[in-house]
Design a binder for this molecule. Structure first.
Ligand code: DAH
Length: 344
């Protein structure tokens, strides 16, 4: 029986040594140490042994069992370590490789242009204002001297929310809102950037939604020459010192007199080319002296105060400055377009 046990031990230890995986280990463990294994079998047959033999065989069987068990545990540990080592070798990373740069975005050209316009007017003593995009009929039209049924309303076919509420068609209503806040006491000197909405067919130069910057300066003795000086300074700073402006008579219900402002063409320096349609000038904004009725409706005494106002289209200014030929580019979210403004 002793020999049998020793033979079993060697057999099990050899197999353990050759085990290649955790499954092999488990199979050997079951085969030799399991309830139905040969060692258990020997221990079970101990009853038949003589009193002298019993402790000797018992001790040996326990010893053999422990030895096999230890060997299997040890081998199992080695296999695990080898597996981890192999995994580490396979997954090794080369820390000397150059990193992959994260894609860096760019400021949207419209945001960049608005910021630039704001900075120029901040430099001229204006502050920045704002107003709601959903506006009442009163502020959008009536306070701007466009009473109900005024024909000029047709030019701004609109998105109505209710009969009295609409998406504002212009930033001009913020003129009235701002003047009301000043309660009849000037000076008021603001520029107001914001979105405006008109029911329009979208094409290369029209969009149902676009952006404007409104300007308003109300004080005692504000004159048309102040308007011209401010707009000329703006045009030179925005487009370049070599540019000049001209005023042409126009009509807006909220200004009197009203003007259309052109800037000299940057392509031909005013000589006339395809871009300016041979005129040497490009129209950039509308402006005028605030209509006395607009002043009065918003709480200013028109005998004491005067003012000028202007409104410019942000997309149009951006298109002229950066030679963009289609307004829809601003809203298409095409990275090939947007990334060109990375350094603007
Ligand atoms: N609100 C006008 C528009 O949307 C633009 C405008 C013209 C604003 C003349 C003004 C102004 O303040 O004086 O077409």
């Amino acid at each position: 029986m002793q020999e049998q046990l020793t033979a079993l031990k060697h057999e099990a230890l050899d197999k353990a040594e050759e085990a290649k995986s955790e499954q092999d280990i488990q199979a050997i463990r079951v085969a030799y140490l399991g309830k139905k294994g040969p060692i258990t079998e020997v221990l079970r047959g101990m009853g038949k042994l003589s009193a002298e033999e019993r402790p000797i065989i018992g001790a040996l069987a326990n010893e053999v069992r422990d030895e096999i068990k230890n060997k299997l545990d040890e081998k199992s540990k080695k296999l695990q370590e080898a597996a981890i080592k192999q995994q580490l070798e396979q997954e090794s990373i080369d820390v000397t490789l150059p990193g992959r740069p994260a894609l860096q975005g760019a400021i949207h050209p419209l945001t960049a242009v608005i910021t630039e316009i704001e900075e120029i007017f901040l430099g001229l003593g204006f502050s920045i204002g704002e107003g709601p995009e959903i506006e009442t009929d009163y502020y959008n039209f009536e306070a701007m001297n466009l009473p109900k049924d005024h024909p000029a309303r047709d030019m701004q076919d609109s998105f109505y929310v209710t009969e009295d509420l609409l998406l504002r068609t212009q930033t001009s209503p913020v003129q009235a809102r701002t003047m009301e806040k000043f309660a009849g006491k000037g000076p008021v000197k603001v520029v107001v950037p914001g979105k405006v909405f008109r029911r329009d067919d979208d094409d290369a130069t029209h969009s149902h939604q676009f952006m404007q910057v409104e300007g308003l300066y109300v004080d005692k003795k504000v004159r048309m020459s102040d308007l011209k000086g401010v707009l000329e300074t703006f045009a030179k700073q925005f487009f370049g010192q070599d540019r000049s402006i001209r005023l042409r008579p126009s009509f807006f219900p909220f200004t009197e007199p009203s003007v259309e402002v052109d800037v000299s063409c940057g392509i031909c320096s005013g000589k006339g080319c395809r871009v300016c349609k041979q005129s040497g000038w490009i129209e950039v904004l509308g402006a005028g002296m605030v209509h006395p009725r607009v002043l009065e409706m918003s709480g200013f005494d028109a005998n004491e105060y005067s003012g000028f106002a202007f409104g410019m289209g942000v997309e149009r200014l951006a298109m002229l400055k950066y030679d963009i030929d289609d307004i829809r580019q601003f809203y298409a979210n095409d990275l090939r377009f947007l990334m060109q403004f990375k350094d603007v």
